[in-house]
Design a protein around this ligand. Structure first.
Ligand code: ADP
Ligand code: MG
Length: 674
């Protein structure tokens, strides 16, 4: 259970409490499954043989009736220790079978012991595992361990917050809170204890994040891009293919302000799929170039990097700017040219994949790194870009996975965040439909009609590591049935999946992009970033197997042109509750933030962000989904505290400083890299 020390034990909190002030009589038992406490005697014991092993059954009676107690495990030990016809307090869940009650594996205590032991009205129930239970570490044992600990330390805990905060928020002291979380005197004190501990937990996370930000802003020097020069102005005035949306303009202003200072920019740009992040990236890179710096633009996949490269080249084609693409499949000769021109500064913009992170890739003066679809990159990889320079380059991280506010605050509390919350004008909303597999013929008919109108269609299959073989089979079966339904030469079909060579993938992608094929059958490799405005239908096969953010990303592949677009979620008839919520959410809304909130609720934060590495979300008691109000308060107070005393050196903050140092003692250098 992760308990190694007294501190771990003290911070091992119950996950619920039961009211054990009340006793039931056997004739008061209700039909099902509630937890009850009864006083009675065991009148007889027998062992019943079953197909698999045996079970021990006791008859338990009080003055109103009788019931059975049942053990499937540990029968021998229990049989030897049980005393007949002596009063016991039993506690557990009751089952009923045709009006007769039984209780499997009750907690039992002799009444005379029960009366002696120290207990409060609300009994803590600690998290446990089956293995612990089997080894005899029952909840009773956990309670005893913690009681013993309390006696040992006399219930005295070091205060972690300042008197000012405790007073201002009317919090319990640390010792009171710790006592009441384990042995609540009543419901009200329990609530206060929980709130105090949640606040404390979130407060110290916020304190770390905000301090990090302050340190970054004051200590981590960066290059100042002082001017807006010819590259930017020329492009902005003569080559911009459309008017920027207001949201794009605002974000650009924020970025310009950041990079103008000799402090490293560390900005997260959130913008839903299709909101136009690429142009913001391009304009930002031009600012770097205007100031004599190089820029790098990194994408998670080769397809996407290539597409960015093409897009950037097209946008900048009238200008004398050198742009190159570097990916895993770049030829040696090209690599040599890139390495050389990058080092002598001739090459101004380098676009590519992870290949950019290799040590051989050395920039003359890298001023700006743009990372697209950030959730695919680990912290360590981002750190590598940081190490490529004397000073850290400015960093702009772009993501199309909207992050709920609460989560952004807890995980990215140290980053500056920009949001593009407006789509370019003229976009039609995408119609999202849910269809069962048995409606497939209707769906095929619909695809034919759309193709007749000149549109293109994606058909996407899930691909999950654990069931990779099956998934490829599904993909190939699906592909074959589509080929049958849409025969050559009238229809041309592309297929792209992870087992293909990059060059073949690229070839197939290009055929689709150029409009030579009408249908693209693919696994989720197309999830990120692919831009084919003429594609107007997205069919997601086995949609129930996709996560919400993936579905949202996939849907974002269509609706990029002027035509009405559709997203059709295909599923089997039987759906889990969770899958139903996901599919219904997709049908109901296209707001990325709303979708991400639902996603957060369904999946929990760690899973959503893949941030286990940061450890920040290993919360012991607070819940970032439910405790938003406390989180907000914690952030507010953390900011206030640091504004007043940014080194926590005032005497009044002594407790906070001590705790802060304990928490941060062993943190690695990653702390500075967002
Ligand atoms: P994403 O944010 O998903 O990366 P892109 O940058 O690929 O979005 O932009 C999506 C599409 O919208 C592109 O075809 C792009 O040319 C177009 N676009 C971007 N900004 C605007 C705008 N302000 N007006 C019109 N079209 C725009
Ligand atoms: Mg994009």
């Amino acid at each position: 259970m992760g308990i190694f020390t007294y501190a771990d034990l003290a911070n091992f909190f119950p996950n619920r409490y039961i009211d054990r002030t009340q006793f039931f009589k056997i004739n008061q038992l209700q039909t099902n499954n509630s937890e009850v406490q009864i006083i009675g005697r065991i009148t007889s014991l027998k062992t019943v043989q079953q197909k698999r092993g045996s079970r021990l059954v006791a008859t338990f009676a009080d003055d109103t009736g009788s019931m059975e107690l049942v053990w499937f495990r540990g029968a021998k030990w229990i049989k030897d220790s049980i005393k007949l016809n002596i009063p016991y307090v039993i506690f557990g869940r009751v089952n009923s079978y045709i009006g007769f009650f039984s209780m499997p594996h009750p907690e039992m205590e002799l009444v005379k012991e029960y009366k002696k032991s120290l207990r409060t009205a609300m009994q803590p129930v600690y998290p446990s595992t089956e293995l612990l239970g089997n080894r005899g570490i029952s909840n009773r044992v956990m309670q005893k361990l913690i009681q013993t600990l309390y006696v040992e330390i006399k219930g005295d805990f070091q205060e972690t917050l300042s008197d000012i905060i405790i007073e201002q928020l009317q919090l319990l002291s640390k010792s009171e809170a710790m006592f009441n979380i384990h042995f609540p005197k009543n419901q009200q004190l329990l609530t206060k204890a929980r709130n105090r501990l949640k606040f404390e937990e979130l407060f110290f996370i916020q304190l770390q994040l905000i301090r990090k930000k302050i340190i970054r802003k004051s200590k981590i020097k960066g290059y100042a891009f002082e001017k807006i020069g010819d590259h930017f102005n020329d492009f902005y005035n003569n080559n911009l293919p459309f008017d920027l949306t207001n949201a794009q303009k605002n974000v650009l202003k924020e970025i310009r302000k950041d990079v103008a200072n000799a402090v490293q920019m560390n900005r997260l740009l959130q913008g839903d799929v299709g909101s136009g992040k690429t142009i913001v990236a391009v304009l930002s890179m031009l600012i770097a170039l205007d100031n004599g710096f190089q820029a790098a633009f990194i994408a998670p996949t080769e397809i996407l990097a290539t597409q960015h490269y093409n897009a950037v080249n097209e946008l900048l084609h009238d200008m004398k700017i050198s742009v190159k693409l570097l990916t895993g499949s770049s030829k040696t000769a090209m690599r040599k040219v890139i390495h050389k021109t990058l080092e002598n500064g001739e090459l101004q913009i380098l676009i590519g994949t992870h290949a950019l992170l290799e040590d051989k890739v050395k920039f003359k003066n890298l001023g700006l790194v743009i990372i697209d679809e950030q959730h695919r990159f680990g912290v360590a990889q981002r750190a590598k870009m940081w190490m490529k320079n004397v000073l850290p380059p400015h960093v702009l991280v772009m993501t199309a996975t909207p992050i709920p506010r609460t989560l952004a605050m807890s995980v990215y509390g140290d980053l500056d965040i920009s949001v593009i919350d407006e789509l370019p004008p003229g976009r039609k909303s995408i119609k999202t439909l849910h269809r069962y597999d048995k409606n497939r013929l209707g769906v095929f008919k619909f695809i034919k009609d759309e193709i007749t109108k000149g549109r293109q269609v994606y058909v996407v299959y899930p691909l999950i590591k654990e069931s990779e073989k099956m998934d490829y089979k599904d993909l190939m079966d699906g592909y074959e049935s589509i080929v049958r339904e849409f025969p050559l030469p009238k229809y041309q079909i592309s297929i792209v999946h992870g087992k293909m060579k990059p060059a073949d993938k690229e070839y197939e992608m290009q055929r689709f992009i150029k409009g030579e094929t009408q249908i693209m059958v693919a696994t989720t490799v197309i999830e990120v970033g692919v831009d084919v405005p003429n594609a107007s239908v997205m069919i997601v096969e086995s949609a129930e197997r996709f996560g919400l953010s993936q579905l949202h990303q996939l849907r974002g592949r269509v609706g990029r042109g002027a035509d009405q677009s559709y997203c059709i979620l295909m599923s089997s008839f039987k759906l889990s509750d969770n899958a139903k919520i996901r599919i219904n959410t997709m049908v109901k809304t296209s707001d990325g933030f709303e979708i991400s909130e639902v996603d957060l609720k369904l999946r929990g934060p760690g899973d959503l962000m893949g941030t286990q590495q940061s450890g920040i979300l290993n919360l012991k008691i607070a819940d970032i989904v439910k405790d938003t109000a406390i989180l907000q308060k914690a952030r507010e107070i953390a900011i206030e505290t640091l504004n007043k005393d940014n080194n926590l050196s005032l005497p009044e903050n002594k407790n906070i400083l001590y705790t802060y140092q304990m928490i941060t003692k062993n943190r690695a250098i990653w702390a500075n890299i967002s």
